[in-house]
Ligand binder design. Structure first.
Ligand code: NDP
Length: 281
């Protein structure tokens, strides 16, 4: 593969606040391994300055950027085009700037799907999805687009959960249902169980309220939480003999997809995983 010559090509993250974010170290490790003279900068962008920041990125010839909350929805107003899955998810976390045009993508769900596809076939899968926030929304849409046959959404907040279920059912062929989370979740005959809530994110050590006795050893269990990678949820699933997928791999996969969008090059996930693991300990 020939490596294009990028002269200090810029990419980055528009965040508010620009808290310590491990994504930059992960992406820059990949750039170094690819021999690219490229940077990934974390920029604090207040909501009222988002339009200026986006125009600035275009003016300065950036290859693209990621957006974290609260910019994932608001950024759409400043783009020329929104890719199909990002449109269905209703949020953009990755913007690609090519020939001066800004295209919005969403890599949250695809990062998850890449991990899942290595151990299970998403087509026809029966899924229990815990949570109905941004991560759950992206995962539900990508699973349904990949042919998952049945998605049971379980969420604490009834309105958010039922709205997500109705939305996914309306825009994809999957059978989607919603269950309010009022008791330990009975898993049963499903192929994939995903924690897409923020339960278990460092320093929280809580475990989503699931009746692990109802979990079959064949069920693939995934957690979106990247820190710590080995959550109490995944440990409980592993004890039942289930294959597990961690949130760190999902984050790495997202990074690989973003770099592919920006540079058309394939980054090395092992290099990125090492960089993240070092930071997250
Ligand atoms: P949101 O705030 O949009 O959603 C949070 C979800 O968690 C909601 O469904 C919320 O339920 C639920 N929740 C939070 N606390 C509790 C609780 N105590 N009991 C029950 N449910 C709870 O967050 P996101 O969806 O954007 O992010 C969720 C997690 O995913 C974060 O930890 C984030 O770090 C991680 N993430 C990981 C990625 C990766 O690549 N690994 C990518 C994107 C996100 P309710 O609606 O009732 O409030």
């Amino acid at each position: 593969m020939t490596t294009p010559s990028f002269l200090s090509s810029l990419t980055g993250l528009f965040a508010q606040p620009a808290a310590e974010n491990p994504t930059g170290a992960m992406v820059e490790a990949a750039y170094r391994a690819l021999g690219l003279d490229a940077r990934y900068l974390t920029c604090e962008v207040p909501p009222e300055a988002l339009g200026d920041a986006v125009r600035g990125a275009r003016a300065m010839g950036w290859l693209g950027f990621n957006c974290s909350l609260p910019h994932k929805v608001a950024v759409i107003d400043h783009l020329d085009e929104v890719a199909e899955s990002a449109r269905l998810i209703g949020a953009v976390n990755c913007v690609v700037i090519r020939d001066g045009r800004l295209v919005g993508e969403n890599t949250d769900g695809l990062g998850f799907l890449t991990s899942l596809s290595r151990v299970a076939e998403p087509r026809g899968a029966r899924v229990v999805l815990l949570g109905a926030g941004g991560a759950a929304r992206a995962i539900a849409i990508e699973l349904a687009r990949a042919g998952a046959s049945e998605i049971r959404i379980v969420n604490r907040g009834g309105q958010r959960g039922s709205e997500l279920a109705a939305h996914v059912a309306a825009v994809t062929p999957a059978r989607v249902s919603f269950e309010p989370w009022t008791a330990p979740v009975v898993v049963g005959e499903v192929d994939v169980l995903v924690n897409a809530t923020s339960i278990g994110l460092f320093p929280d050590t809580a475990v989503p309220d699931v009746d692990f006795a109802t979990l079959r050893a064949e069920t693939v269990v995934a957690d979106v939480i990247p820190n710590p990678p080995r959550t109490g949820f995944l440990a409980a699933a592993a004890e039942r003999g289930c294959p597990t997928l961690d949130g760190l791999a999902m984050l790495v996969n997202q990074g690989v997809i973003g770099i592919r969008h920006w540079t058309r090059l394939e980054a090395d996930p092992a290099v990125m995983h090492d960089a993240l693991s070092t930071i997250l300990g």
